[in-house]
Design a protein around this ligand. Structure first.
Ligand code: G
Ligand code: G
Ligand code: MN
Ligand code: NA
Length: 254
């Protein structure tokens, strides 16, 4: 299609870049960021993922685009490693199910990391539950290979997909992300509050860190903190921002 051609050209022409949304501890310390793709389209201007990730997946262009995102993230991590204020931060990169299921996914990630010279323990890969429609043994094996290399894993949008406690038990995860749909009404909807508390407790008992996303108010943060969640991402702490702004944000404060 025409849109697919545009997307393909955009990838080839370097029209994509990453923005960085802070991930913050309850102390206020910035722990790292999530890298999020943006498309600087020559005619349409700035385009967000809602308008191209779907098409990228249908056309399988998510494979080169996902690799590009990983490369840009690794390059940024290397830049951070040379600045004292940024050198300890972690960077989370979204990985689509299609990308993860490529037979050479593990090697592709390792190759990019080695080429950039990035410290593997600074990189976190965010997986979604849609991944789990496939063979669990294969998923676990791939995760184990990358974990042995030092890469961390976070389960994104947790509780919105094909959640099963059986796979949660088997996946070598480091972190669960409480989906923003549960955080949004956590103060007013008792069901969302119960779900948020349950995810926090589940994470704690299974030895996973827990991060809440979409935190917009002090009230939401305080509720989550009172229930044992101490890492946050959301507009309250910072919007997704350019690499330059993120470095300033960490160095000088918001
Ligand atoms: O910023 P926000 O609108 O930035 O992101 C919307 C969605 O797009 C999120 O669900 C996010 O996971 C997804 N997304 C952003 N960047 C990437 C990426 O590099 N790869 C994949 N697969 N998804 C991404
Ligand atoms: O990968 P994922 O779906 O988790 O990406 C996070 C998405 O959530 C991005 O689109 C990002 O811009 C958005 N986001 C991050 N923080 C907030 C927030 O506090 N409120 C809202 N409404 N959206 C947020
Ligand atoms: Mn994400
Ligand atoms: Na998410």
């Amino acid at each position: 299609s025409e849109q697919e051609t545009e997307l393909r050209k955009g990838i080839a022409n370097g029209e994509f870049f990453l923005v960085y949304q802070p991930q913050v501890a309850s102390s206020g310390q910035v722990l790292g960021a999530e890298a999020l793709l943006r498309w600087k389209h020559p005619k349409r201007g700035l385009v967000g993922p809602a308008e191209f990730i779907g098409l990228a997946e249908e056309s399988r262009l998510i494979l080169p685009l996902g690799l590009l995102a990983l490369e840009m993230a690794c390059e940024e991590l290397v830049a951070w490693s040379q600045k004292p204020a940024l050198s300890e931060l972690t960077l989370s990169v979204n990985v689509s199910a299609q990308q993860f299921h490529e037979p050479d996914f593990v090697n592709a990630v390792r190759t990019v990391m080695e080429r950039c010279g990035v410290q593997p323990n600074r990189l976190k890969l965010e997986l979604t539950e849609s991944l789990l429609a496939n063979d669990l043994d294969d998923i676990v094996a791939k995760m184990e290979s990358l974990k042995a290399f030092g890469v961390g894993f976070s389960l994104d949008d947790f509780g919105t997909g094909y959640s099963s406690l059986n796979y949660l038990k088997r996946l070598p995860l480091d972190q669960l992300k409480i989906d923003q749909s549960f955080v949004q009404d956590v103060l007013t909807d008792p069901n969302d509050a119960a779900i948020a508390r349950t995810v926090i407790t589940l994470g704690q008992s299974m030895g996973f860190a827990v991060i809440a996303e979409g935190v917009e108010t002090i009230g939401q943060r305080d509720f989550l903190m009172a229930n044992g969640c101490h890492t946050f991402q959301g507009y309250l702490f910072g919007r997704p921002m350019t690499a330059k702004h993120f470095a300033e944000f960490v160095t000088r404060g918001p």
